[in-house]
Ligand binder design. Sequence first.
Ligand SMILES: O=C(O)c1cccc(C(=O)CC[C@H]2O[C@@H](n3cnc4c(=O)[nH]cnc43)[C@H](O)[C@@H]2O)c1
Length: 214
Amino acid sequence: MPTLLAYAAPREGAVLDRELGDLDALELGVGKVAAAMKLSAALARDRPDALVLFGVCGAYPARHLRRGLRALGVLDLCVVASEVMADEGVATPEGFLDLAGLGLGERGPIHADRELSERIAAALGCPQAPGATVSTGAGTDALSEAYAARSGAVVETMEGGAVATVCRRFGVPFAQLRVVSNRTGDRSEGGWDLDGALVELRQALARLRSEGVI
Ligand SMILES: O=C(O)c1cccc(C(=O)CC[C@H]2O[C@@H](n3cnc4c(=O)[nH]cnc43)[C@H](O)[C@@H]2O)c1
C-alpha cells in the first residue's frame, strides 16, 4: 500500500478537493485518543509504506521559546521533526512532573522518519521544527510559556505524538506536515487564520503530489 495520508479535523481533510486527483486520506478525529484509536485500527488492517499526517497547528510565540529557537509565524509551513507529550503528568506545587520522570510512561521526544521528513521539507522549502502534543491547547500565556519551556517545542498540536507513537509500534515510517493557524497564548492575541492556513496546506499538498513525494 502506498503512503497513507491522515488528518485530524474534517476541515483539514476538506482541502483534498478534486483538483488534487485521487489523493485519499484517513480522518483520525481531534485529540490523542481519537487519533490513536482510529489509526491503530487502520494499521491493523493495512500496512502503508509510510504515513503523512497533515493539518494546522499553533506556534509558540518567540517570547515563550527556549533560547536559540526560531519562532514560526501564522501561515508558515513546517515539518514536525519530533514530538514531546507536553501535558501528560502531574502538576505539583514544585512544578510539573512528566510521566517519564514519574516512571509511569514515555514523554518523548518521539522522532519522525528522518528521510521522509527531509524529502517533504526540501520539496516545500520549509523548516523542520520540534513539536509538543497536548490535550489542553495553550490558550493562555501562562500555559503557552509552561509548555514551550518544558517541551523545547516550536509548534503545538493535539495529535502528533499519538500518531508518531502508533506508527512506531506498527513500524510505519511517519512524517508530519503542519501549517501554523495561530500563535498560542492568550487567544485574543493569537492572530487566528484557519482559512488561510487551510489554503496554504492545500497548496503544499498539491506541490508534494506534483513532485511525487506523496
Ligand atoms: O478554536 C477554534 O476556534 C477552532 C475552530 C475551528 C477549528 C479549530 C481547530 O481545528 C484547532 C484544533 C486542531 O488543530 C490543531 N491546532 C491548531 N492550533 C492549535 C493550538 O494552538 N494548539 C494545539 N493544537 C492546535 C490541533 O492539532 C487540532 O487538531 C479551532
